[in-house]
Design a protein around this ligand. Structure first.
Ligand code: PLP
Length: 446
């Protein structure tokens, strides 16, 4: 094999992962029998081949760099971590990148070093992972939930506007599922009200709006490299920003508050990535580009096909989005077109056909962490009793569109989007099979 051939071979193998067996291409979509007995009622599952495994690990291409790190005995933060940061900043088109132990701590660091603290209000969407909220509560700030647009699954800029008060200090938009939020409108609102914007891009590696990477629109962007994420290290995170003074402060904070660059000694933590984690990250980074292309192609096809099924509404992308990251592929399920089969039953039936899927988030504005945080010593010292009334908080933070979205949402995981076109056809056929048999499934109570 010549060099060029080898490179393209490695690239192709990297996408599907060596050893992954995908025989979907052998099955033509037309042979799917959507009228057959559903698997949940004892029929044969529609999917007869394994989906791409996650994470992907290839001994030949992936182990040399990791072994080098292990055998060197240099395990604590050194050149490999710095190199990973340089590569990540370059890939993002950001001046600086700093790695942290995980995405949660990337957010905690970015929020704390943006001078967000006690008494400040921070606007976030209710449709996100709990870590977005954790970062706000850790800083002693007051979370304020702005409702979502159910079509995009993303924070609605108009809802943000309605939540702005003289105490609003920051907006934390989340590119949930890897779908880019409306950063044009959000940055406009931020400018108008002099607010800090920290993007939770923990599911949005390489996603773009007008060819500009998400995570680089706000003052800072945060990423996660947790095991399930599209760039998996096991645990890991990163902050990107063009603000040198802010980034110096973040470096300092992540290293015990020791002085760094323009940052003098300050309160800090210890959040450094290790060399072997950076080595894993660098080999996984090679896959991210080709995989993101594959996910986008398949997601585009799935969206088109799903639109033709009554009662299935795929997400829409915001205007200007040139690429999504697709950590998840979300769609809405309307049981009225499925003989009133509940979402839980639909998911169970889809899983039985061999399609991995789940029901997604529950509303974040209803988690117990909130009320319990308001009862802590620090919060009681920073806020008045009425400000800490959980009943009042719930009243002021209602997000009815999100309530409905959480009831209707269904997710497909990102590894499914790495399969071939035949795999996508199987997903569509499985949904059609359930639709055809919905009344029978509902009658049996399965
Ligand atoms: C994964 C994730 C985080 C946190 O990242 P960890 O690396 O798991 O700590 C934060 N926000 C969102 C939206 C995430 O999906």
């Amino acid at each position: 094999m010549n060099n060029k051939g080898r490179r393209s071979f490695i690239k192709k193998s990297a996408v599907i992962g060596l050893g992954a067996t995908l025989s979907f291409d052998k099955v033509l979509p037309t042979v799917f029998n959507t009228g057959a007995t559903p698997a949940v009622l004892g029929g044969t599952p529609l999917v007869n081949a394994p989906w791409p495994k996650w994470p992907i690990w290839n001994k030949e291409t992936d182990e040399p760099l990791v072994l080098e790190a292990l055998r060197s005995g240099v395990w604590s933060r050194a050149e490999k971590v710095t190199l990973f940061e340089k590569k990540w900043a370059a890939l993002m088109g950001a001046k600086r990148a700093l790695t942290t132990v995980n995405g949660t701590n990337a957010l905690i660091t970015a929020v704390a070093q943006s001078d967000i603290g006690g008494g400040d209000e921070v606007i976030l969407p209710p449709y996100t992972f709990i870590a977005t909220l954790t970062a706000i509560l850790n800083a002693g700030a007051m979370p304020v939930f702005a409702d979502v647009n159910p079509d995009t699954f993303l924070i609605d800029p108009e809802a943000i506007r309605k939540k702005i008060t003289p105490r609003t200090r920051a907006i934390l938009p989340v590119h949930i599922c890897g779908l880019p939020a409306d950063m044009g409108s959000i940055m406009q609102i931020a400018k108008q009200h002099n607010l800090v914007v920290i993007e939770d891009a923990c599911q949005a590696w390489l996603a773009e709006i007008n060819n500009k990477k998400v995570g680089t629109f706000g003052h800072a962007g945060c990423f996660s490299f947790q095991n399930s994420k599209n760039l998996p290290i096991g645990e890991g995170g990163a902050i990107v920003s063009d603000d040198e003074v802010f980034m110096d402060r973040c470096v300092s904070y992540h290293n015990l508050g020791l002085p760094y660059g323009t940052a003098s000694a300050r309160p800090g933590s210890k959040l450094r990535l290790t060399e072997y984690q950076a080595a894993i990250g660098m080999v996984q980074m090679e896959r991210l580009l080709p995989q993101t292309e594959t996910r986008n192609e398949n997601a585009g096809y799935l969206r088109q096909q799903m639109k033709q099924i009554k009662g299935i509404v795929p997400h829409t992308l915001n205007a200007g989005v040139t690429k999504a990251a697709y950590h998840l592929f979300p769609f809405r399920y309307d049981k009225r077109h499925f003989a009133d089969l509940s979402k839980a039953q639909f998911i169970k039936a889809l899983q039985a056909e061999g399609i991995p899927c789940s029901g997604g988030y529950t509303p974040l504005n209803a988690v117990e962490n909130l009320g319990n945080t308001f009862e802590t010593k620090n919060y009681k010292r920073m806020y008045t009793a009425p400000e800490l009334s959980y009943e009042r908080f719930k009243e002021n933070n209602q997000c009815p569109k999100n309530e409905k979205l959480c009831q209707e949402a269904v997710w497909l995981p990102q590894n499914v989007l790495l399969a071939n076109r035949g795999g996508m056809d199987m997903i569509i056929s499985a949904i059609q099979k359930i639709q055809k048999n919905a009344a029978a499934i509902n009658k049996k109570g399965a």
